[in-house]
Write a protein that binds this ligand. Sequence first.
Ligand code: KIV
Length: 284
Amino acid sequence: MPERKKMTLPSLFKKVANNEPITMLTCYDYPTAYFQEQAGIDMILVGDSLGMTMLGYESTLPVTMEDMIRHSQAVRRGSPNAWLIGDMPYMSYQPSVESAIRNAGRFMAEASCDAIKLEGGAAMADRIRGIVDAGIPAIGHLGLTPQSVSALGGFRVQGKSASLAKKIAEDAKALEKAGAFMILLEMVPDRLCEVITKRAEGCIIMSLGSGPHAHGQLLIYHDMFGLYPRFKPKMAKVFGNAGEVILNGLKAYHDEVIGKQFPQRENWFTMPDEEYDELLKELK
Ligand code: KIV
C-alpha cells in the first residue's frame, strides 16, 4: 500500500470546503492504529473511553494523564499520518486554565499528538482559549459528555427540548469563539446537529450518534466491531463482529489443546540430532 500523506489542519478544512465527510475513530493501541492508518482514517481519537473499553472501569473518571500518554504514544507509533487527538482525562483541565495548558502540552510533547479534545461548553471556553493561545489546536465536546455522566443523569441523548438544545447551540458558539477548530457533538438530535453545523463559522462539526448533517463522523472502535461486552449503544453500527471471531478462535484453541490437536509439527522448533545427543550427555 502506498505511504499516505500526513493529515494536516489545512487538509481537514479543505475536505470541509469540498464537502467531503471527515472520518474519525477512537483507537487505543498500536495494532489497531496500524490498521486505521492503512484504511485511510483521517482522524484518530485516543479517547478516555479507553478507561471502559481497554481497562474495564465502569466510567471514564479513573483515567489518568499517564494512561492517556502511554496509549497515545502507542497509537502514534501505529499511525504516523492520521491527525491524532489526545483526549484530556477527568480533572486534567477542569481545575484551571494553567492545568489545561500544561496537560495539553504533554499530549503534544510526549505523544506527538496533533490536537487535544476536552469536554464542556461555555464554562470551559477559557481553557480552550488558553490552549489555543499556547499554539495547540483544540476540540470541544458537547452533548453527552461522559465525564459529567452523573450530572447528566446517565448515558442518554442530550438537547431534546428546545431550551436544552439552545444551551448546546450557545455552548458551541462559545467554544468556536474561544478558538476551537472542531466541535464534537455526541448523542444530540440530528436537527440540532444540523443547526449547529449550519451556524458554524470556521469550525468543523463532527457527529457521534448525532446524525448525518455534520462535517464528519466518529465511532467508537470497540462498538463497531462488537468488542465491548457491557453494552452496544443504539448509534453504533457493527461493521464486523470481531468479538465473535475472537471468541470462536479462543474456544477452538482451548478445545485443540485439550484434544492434543495443537501444537502441530509446524508450530514448534527442533534442534540438530548431534546437539540433542550432546545435551543429554551434558545433563547426565
Ligand atoms: O473518550 C472518547 O472516546 C470520547 C468519545 C466518546 C467522543 O470522548
